[in-house]
Design a protein around this ligand. Structure first.
Ligand SMILES: *Cc1c(COP(=O)(O)O)cnc(C)c1O
Length: 426
């Protein structure tokens, strides 16, 4: 068989791009070499529909062990009673929870997408907005923080079956306890989607959602720094509130409904090679090294935010509690789209993002979303943050000057050489 040089050469090209660039996309990270190499393994060949010990296929004795290891390690990280490590992505994890606890036409309440929420929290272009009746809460205009009074008022008004907290572009911590009170007041279930800050929550550096939220979902590839994928978790299992019983007449536990929702509900065979890499990543998260990493992320984000503020940038909510900073560019008269396009020419990768009360569309936007978790993985510390802010400012001060972008790009590429990425790959 011929080696597919076309594709393998593109891997090399992508590695070079990742090495030379300043990666600031808040949802990305660089896995360890063992996590990455752990994905390319023989378990991709195995069908394993079902769960460890209860499969629909023969020959699952070995993949049962890797999947159980992933579950056990994840339960240890967050002190859980239940974990499902099979969702192929964060969106799949959320779809499975929705399938388990909602019927088409039920009401849900999530954070508005234009204020930091996620597509799967009720957007009209997503299953969550098509199958369910979606309502939204927002952030306050003055502070850019979740408007808990509005959340409570909306909950009382629309009586959702499910309230979703968590976000894709929100730099502040969440008051899960308060939201649970609003949920209890209307008999709603509460789900937290911690796709972004999960790695910080794993090390107890942010409020713990698990005691207050019935169900918690996450991706595994953002601050958790694992392979691309999703997970569903509960600290305490509980009897499903819909009265669903097994054939002996016993009320089913919620864990059963969630497992059934993932498979056979929305997925077929699990990606056992990816689940093996999840197990590796979870092992890394349990280490003290990851504690140091997670603390450094927050220190870096705060220094970065201060450096941007000192250059006259408006930071939504005035700062950050987690790994990300949302910049409102309206006072600089540049759209998010224009900023993203100019920055990428200088090998600075960011994404355009709507800011609260944005007057521009999702395609143009007034802001950019920046996250330091990937650069922290590469070894950057607080004292590197002024360089990042300076490089961004140099580009944005002259967004139409191609020559200037090239000069910044050269400085960025030189700077990044101090932080080798996958040196073992040559
Ligand atoms: C990234 C993200 C997801 C979706 O993850 P995918 O793996 O891309 O499907 C879900 N919810 C939130 C809040 C996210 O930030």
């Amino acid at each position: 068989m011929h080696k597919d040089h076309l594709v393998f050469d593109l891997f090399k090209e992508e590695l070079q791009r990742q090495r030379r660039g300043m990666e600031l996309i808040a949802s990305e990270n660089f896995t360890s070499l063992q996590v990455m190499q752990g994905m390319g393994n023989v378990m991709t060949n195995k069908y394993a529909e079902g769960y460890p010990g209860k499969r629909y296929y023969a020959g699952c004795e070995v993949v049962d062990q890797t999947e159980q290891l992933a579950i056990d390690r994840l339960c240890k990280i967050f002190n859980l009673a239940y974990a499902n490590v099979q969702p192929h992505s964060g969106a799949q994890a959320n779809a499975a929870v929705a399938l388990a606890v909602l019927k088409p036409g039920d009401s849900i309440l999530g954070l508005d997408l234009s204020m930091g929420g996620h597509l799967t929290h009720g957007s009209p272009v997503n299953y969550s907005g098509k199958l369910y009746v979606a309502h939204f809460y927002g952030v306050t205009r003055e502070e850019g923080r979740v408007d808990y009074d509005m959340l409570e008022a909306k909950a009382k008004e629309v009586k959702p079956k499910l309230i979703i907290c968590g976000a894709s572009a929100y730099s502040r911590d969440w008051d899960y306890e308060r939201i649970r009170k609003s949920a209890d007041a209307v008999g709603a279930l509460l789900m937290a989607d911690i796709a972004h800050p999960a790695g910080l929550i794993a090390k107890r550096l942010l409020n713990d959602p698990f005691d207050h939220c019935h169900i918690v979902t996450s991706t595994t590839h953002k601050t958790l720094r694992g392979p691309r994928g999703g997970i569903i978790m509960m600290r305490k299992d509980f009897e499903n509130p819909f009265g669903l019983k097994d054939n002996k007449g016993n009320i089913r536990m919620m864990s059963h409904l969630l497992d059934m929702a993932v498979f056979p509900g929305i997925q077929g065979g699990p990606l056992e090679h990816i689940i093996a890499a999840k197990a590796i990543a979870f092992g890394e998260i349990l280490s003290d090294e990851f504690t140091i990493y997670a603390k450094q992320i927050i220190q870096n984000a705060q220094s970065f935010s201060k450096a941007l503020l000192s250059k006259g940038y408006n930071i939504v909510s005035g700062g950050t509690d987690n790994h990300l900073v949302l910049v409102d560019l309206r006072n600089k008269n540049i759209s998010g789209k224009k900023a993203e396009q100019a920055l990428v020419k200088a090998d600075i990768t960011v994404n355009k993002n709507m800011v609260p009360y944005d007057d521009k569309s999702a395609f143009i936007t007034s802001g950019i979303r920046l996250g330091v978790q990937a650069l922290t993985t590469r070894g950057m510390m607080e004292n590197d943050m002024p360089f990042l802010a300076q490089a961004i400012d140099d580009v944005l001060k002259n967004v139409d000057d191609e020559n200037n972008m090239l000069q910044v790009k050269n400085r960025v590429n030189e700077f990044m050489k101090q932080y080798p990425l996958y040196p073992e790959l040559g």
